[in-house]
Design a protein around this ligand. Structure first.
Ligand code: AMP
Ligand code: MG
Length: 407
């Protein structure tokens, strides 16, 4: 039996084989949550022109300097300026212009008097208070100046960044695209959900589990569905999928059984198979396969038990997807929590138990069995028990990988 490799070593092996995907230009809304691959500088200023911050009257300060509630200043209204509606571009001395929020302040005006300080007159208006210089005028370039950096490379684009890019007139942005991930479930016992089961058959949970986890991680899953335990059939499906994939994830067929076709078929193509010092998820495999276009596509072969495949995805595939997306290749957030009860763990293997986390405490959910998907679904974290630890007591501290929202 080969010695197991450490979790870190297998993580490194997978990570070293992937890089941020080549940048592509995407329309703004397709870039949500993706990472900018270039710096974007504003080619305009924001605001783009001096504009009114209130509905009111554009005035010349000198004309209204003496205005008070007792002695209002009355002036003719020379025109009306709505946002995007045209209207006078210059204000003659001794006149005012009605102006709406966002409308360009006419040349010569140096403040906006809000409606509330006036009698709201249409042809003539009585102004009851003198504004400060520049009052309610939003000056051009106050927010962003032409040439300013609006998005730095490496920024994960959220709604606020996309709003800013649109505001400075960008319709597209160059990003690292979503990795296209082919997800194959292997097993002659598998049937699609919705189909009846014959003797010894089970529904394919894993391709849904993994495809959804790919989406959550920011990738674009291609759920191939079920492949029987037949090497020729498996290779045919795999070869067909390599062309359109940046990464292939398989489940099942990697342990010591007689029908472990993934291992049988891919070993000959140079894929590494062996044990990793963890539980669940001991049998793993990883390699690079050549696609028809010459690209070498990473293939991560996960074990078939559902919890094993999910834990392995979290530990090995998730960081790789993050790197392909241009993010730091880290695990979901890990916190320290106190155990609400004791546990035992095998020596020499890092154990990932399912847990429920609340207020700094973690309670184990379900048993340690790697097939217990019911318990997995009820959990919201993985309790990590280090390789050298074989028992922990109530109140002991453990590291906990929080799952929700992350994968
Ligand atoms: P394997 O790794 O192929 O030996 O499978 C290990 C266990 O996981 C077996 O009990 C399989 O029936 C089960 N299994 C394999 N693939 C899936 C799947 N896609 N969904 C649910 N269980 C699976
Ligand atoms: Mg199998």
């Amino acid at each position: 039996m080969t010695d197991p490799v450490s979790v870190e070593e297998h993580q490194r092996r997978v990570l070293e084989a992937v890089a941020p995907l080549a940048p592509v230009a995407r329309p703004l809304l397709d870039a949500l949550d993706l990472v900018a691959a270039e710096e974007v500088r504003a080619t305009v200023s924001l605001p783009g022109f001096d504009n009114s911050g209130m509905d009111g009257y554009a005035v010349r300060l000198a004309d209204v300097a003496t205005a008070t509630a007792d002695q209002p200043v009355e002036l003719p209204v020379a025109g009306e300026i709505g946002a995007g509606q045209g209207g006078p571009r210059e204000l003659a001395p001794g006149t005012v212009a009605k102006i709406m929020t966002g409308a360009p302040v006419p040349a010569g005006a140096d403040a906006v008097v809000p409606y509330e300080w006036t009698d709201r007159g249409a042809d003539r208006v009585r102004i009851q208070q003198a504004p400060e210089p520049g009052q309610h005028v939003r000056p051009a370039g106050e927010d962003v100046r032409s040439g300013d950096l609006v998005v730095a490379p490496g920024t994960r684009l959220g709604p606020r960044h996309l709003g800013l890019l649109a505001s400075v007139g960008c319709a597209e942005v160059r990003v690292h695209p979503r990795p296209r991930v082919a997800v194959l479930s292997t097993g002659s016992e598998l049937r699609e959900p919705g189909r009846p089961l014959g003797h010894g058959q089970i529904h394919d949970g894993n391709s849904y589990l993994l495809a959804a986890a790919v989406t959550r991680a920011g990738g674009e899953p291609q759920r191939v569905g079920i492949v029987p335990d037949d090497a020729q059939a498996f290779l045919a499906v795999l070869d067909d999928r390599l062309a359109g994939a940046d990464l292939v994830v398989t489940s099942g067929g990697v342990s010591q059984g007689d029908f472990d076709v993934v291992k049988a078929a891919l070993r000959e193509r140079g894929v590494w198979f062996g044990p990793v010092a963890m539980q669940p998820g001991k049998p793993q495999g990883f390699g690079l396969l050549e696609a028809p276009d010459g690209r070498r596509v990473p293939v991560v072969t996960l074990p078939g038990n559902s919890v094993s495949s999910y834990v392995s995805f979290t530990v090995f595939v998730l960081p790789a997807l993050r790197r392909m997306l241009g993010l730091r290749p880290e695990l979901p957030p890990t916190v320290t929590a106190r155990l609400t009860g004791p546990l035992t763990s095998p020596a020499g293997r890092r154990q990932f138990l399912r847990g429920a986390y609340a207020d700094g405490s973690v309670t184990l959910v379900g048993g340690p069995g790697s097939h217990l998907i019911g318990g997995l679904a009820q959990s919201d974290c993985l309790v990590v028990v280090p390789e050298r630890v074989t028992a922990l007591a109530e109140d002991d501290e453990v590291a906990v990988i929080r799952l929700d929202g992350a994968s």
